[in-house]
Write a protein that binds this ligand. Structure first.
Ligand SMILES: Cc1cc2nc3c(=O)[nH]c(=O)nc-3n(C[C@H](O)[C@H](O)[C@H](O)COP(=O)(O)OP(=O)(O)OC[C@H]3O[C@@H](n4cnc5c(N)ncnc54)[C@H](O)[C@@H]3O)c2cc1C
Length: 367
């Protein structure tokens, strides 16, 4: 019988596995794909502070350093924010995941690639790190987090800038947004949407959006699809001898769907709790610890995402113009990219809060 079985060799599963092994447990990871880190479905935008916490030295996984963020309003008005320090970076997810795999192996974790989870596998504790697939969660009765579909394409463009991330709001991506992220010499352009088909929406965006069309696409390199987790952590992340981590537990930012950093940070806690459970303590210790550290930020991000989703285009247009003219957009450049609770509180204390009232009322009629 295995002590701890981790299902899924993504960043969260590998991080939880490493922590559990370092705490003295025997750990096996099963990963259905043949190779860790492939296929890659992620835009790879992360905070450098978060990367430092997870990897320490991280130059080997960097693709681009981000110094500017451009936000486009629904009507195409552009606001550019310069980040004074190098706050964010784009990482090569394949290299990042493989680096985590090496660390797991060094800690003594057994990693079985090309191996699908089978309910007949014997274990004392199971860490569900299956991402958005939801098969494990359904088989053991854990809740599945809310996610929406996304499409991305890698493109070469004539007017390439290697240090800018762009966000496009409005009808291009209903209920979410579209993005471009630089990857050393090409762009990853994508969108997720609460309504409509992402691939069709992305084609339309690339053809018709003036801001994007100025980049002049010369070659399409590849298409990628996936699901972005937007509902925040599930109600019960622990059930009996099972615990859900990473995307499977809903540990991605409800505002952006970014789950690499918070997924790994919370997975560390799960790994320690799982090893503790082998020695007789309660697995629920995980839930207690992550809630103490991150609950407030997740709740605020969940609320902010709900307001954004329910804003009409003209409300967003006015709110963005006011945030810009009042200097708030620039101040936001200094915010914590991962734990966004304090910046959300800052917006709530500003005059912008009045733009939240109607969207909040509308959210009462959401499904
Ligand atoms: C379009 C898109 C863009 C994104 N952009 C960003 C971004 O810019 N920044 C950011 O921080 N986050 C981003 N994310 C989110 C990020 O990719 C996830 O939060 C992160 O990958 C979650 O890691 P994980 O280990 O929980 O799950 P995953 O990385 O999904 O890993 C789960 C693993 O489990 C395996 N698996 C599943 N079921 C089984 C099974 N039954 N048996 C064995 N193995 C199984 C899968 O093959 C997979 O390898 C993006 C997501 C998408 C879809």
């Amino acid at each position: 019988m295995r002590e701890i079985l981790v299902v899924g060799g993504g960043p969260s599963g590998l991080t939880a596995a490493t922590e559990a092994a370092l705490a003295g447990a025997e750990v096996t990871v099963v990963e259905e794909d043949k190779e860790i880190g492939r296929p890659d479905h992620c835009a790879g935008l992360v905070s450098r502070e978060g990367l430092q916490k997870i990897l320490g030295g991280y130059e080997c996984v960097l693709l681009s350093r981000i110094r500017r963020v451009r936000v486009f309003s629904p009507r195409g008005r552009m606001y550019e924010i310069t980040t004074s320090d190098e706050k964010a970076a784009v990482i090569d997810r394949e290299k990042f995941d493989k680096e985590l795999m090496k660390r797991a192996e060094r800690a003594g974790v057994e990693i079985l690639t090309g191996t699908l989870y089978d309910p007949s596998m014997n274990f004392k504790v199971i860490i569900n790190a299956e991402g958005t697939k939801s098969r494990v969660a359904q088989s053991i009765g854990l809740e599945v987090p809310r996610s929406i579909p996304a499409a991305q394409v890698d493109v070469e463009v004539k007017n390439f800038e290697d240090d800018v991330v762009e966000i496009y709001t409005g009808g291009w991506a209903p209920g979410f947004f579209a993005w471009t992220v630089p990857r050393r010499d090409h762009l990853r352009v994508g969108l997720a949407a609460g309504r409509g088909l992402p691939k069709e929406l992305l084609n339309k965006f690339m053809e018709k959006n003036e801001g994007f069309a100025n980049k002049l696409v010369t070659r399409v390199l590849r298409e990628l699809y996936g699901k972005v987790v937007v509902g925040g952590p599930i109600k019960a992340t622990v059930k009996g001898k099972a615990v859900s981590v990473g995307d499977a537990g809903g540990f991605a930012k409800p505002t952006t769907g970014g789950g690499v950093i918070l997924g790994c940070l919370t997975a560390k806690l799960a790994g320690v709790a799982a090893a503790g459970a082998i020695k007789g303590s309660s697995l629920s210790e995980f839930e207690r610890r992550w809630k103490a550290l991150y609950w407030r930020d997740f709740e605020r991000m969940r609320l902010a995402a709900k307001i954004f989703r329910n804003m009409r285009e003209e409300e967003l247009e006015r709110a963005m113009a006011e945030a810009y003219s009042g200097g708030l957009l620039d101040k936001l450049a200094g915010y914590d990219m991962d734990l966004q609770g304090s910046v959300i509180a800052k917006i709530a204390r500003s005059r912008l809060v009045r733009y939240a009232v109607l969207p909040l009322l509308r959210s009462l009629f959401e499904e």
